[in-house]
Design a protein. Structure first.
Length: 210
C-alpha cells in the first residue's frame, strides 16, 4: 500500500510517501507565511522526483487540526482534491496524535501547541500512545493540574513556553503512517478542520450576541 501523508497545521510542511511501511520520500521544511503558496508545488515535486503521480496513491492521511487555522485548510484542501478527483481513500488524524506517536521515549506524552492568552492545544497519551486526555483547548494551568498525578511525562512542541522543559518535535512520518494506515476511511466531503476552538471571528460574533 502506498500512502500520502500531509500535515500543514503549523508553519511547517510535513509530507511523505510511504509504501509498504517504508519511506519513499519526505519533506520537513518551515515556510512560514509562504506555506499556502509552496505546499502544493512541493508535494507535486515530491511525486515527480519519485516518478509517481497522485493517482499512484492508495490512501491519504491528512492532519485536520489543531494548529494554524490557515495552515490546516491548506492541507485539507490539497488532500480533498486528490481524494475526490482520483477516488482515493482518505482519513484524518490530529496533529497532537502525530506529535505523540513520533516520540521514542517510554513515558507519558503531552503534545502542546501555544494557543495564546494562556491557552494551549494539548492531549495526554500514555506509554502505548493510548489517549488519557482527549485533544482539547485548555488553560496551561489546568493542564498542569491534570499532570500532577502523572510521575513521568514529556512535553512535545516546536513552540516556546516559559518555564517548561519541552522536547522538540520532528515527525516520524513512517511511524505515524503505519500507526494509522488501517484507520477507517471517510467521505472526502466530510473532511473538515478540527480547530478545537472557535475562530476569532466566531468568538467575536458570540460575544456580540451575548
Amino acid at each position: 500500500m502506498r500512502i500520502l501523508y500531509i500535515d500543514t497545521s503549523s508553519s511547517y510542511l510535513y509530507t511523505s510517501i510511504v509504501e509498504n511501511d517504508k519511506l519513499i520520500s519526505e519533506i520537513k521544511e518551515e515556510f512560514g507565511q509562504s506555506l499556502s503558496e509552496v505546499a502544493l508545488p512541493r508535494i507535486a515535486s515530491m511525486f515527480d522526483k519519485n516518478n509517481l503521480s497522485p493517482k499512484d496513491i492508495d490512501k491519504i492521511i491528512v492532519v485536520n487540526g489543531p494548529g494554524s487555522f490557515t495552515g490546516i485548510r491548506i492541507g485539507i484542501t490539497i488532500a480533498k482534491i486528490y481524494a475526490w478527483s482520483l477516488n482515493i481513500p482518505i482519513t484524518t488524524i490530529y496533529s497532537l496524535e502525530a506529535m505523540a506517536i513520533s516520540s521514542k521515549n517510554n513515558t507519558y506524552h503531552v503534545p502542546i501547541l501555544n494557543a495564546r492568552r494562556g491557552y494551549v492545544y494539548t492531549a495526554i497519551y500514555d506509554e502505548d500512545y493510548k489517549e488519557v486526555l482527549k485533544p482539547c483547548h485548555i488553560l496551561l494551568t489546568d493542564l498542569q493540574e491534570k499532570l500532577k498525578d502523572i510521575k513521568e511525562y514529556e512535553y512535545i512542541s516546536n513552540d516556546e513556553f516559559d518555564d517548561l522543559d519541552v522536547n522538540s518535535y520532528s515527525p516520524d512520518m513512517v511511524k505515524v503512517v503505519n500507526y494509522f494506515k488501517d484507520k477507517e476511511n471517510i467521505n472526502p466531503h466530510a473532511v473538515n478542520p478540527e480547530y478545537l476552538k472557535l475562530t476569532e471571528a466566531e468568538e467575536s460574533k458570540l460575544w456580540y450576541m451575548n
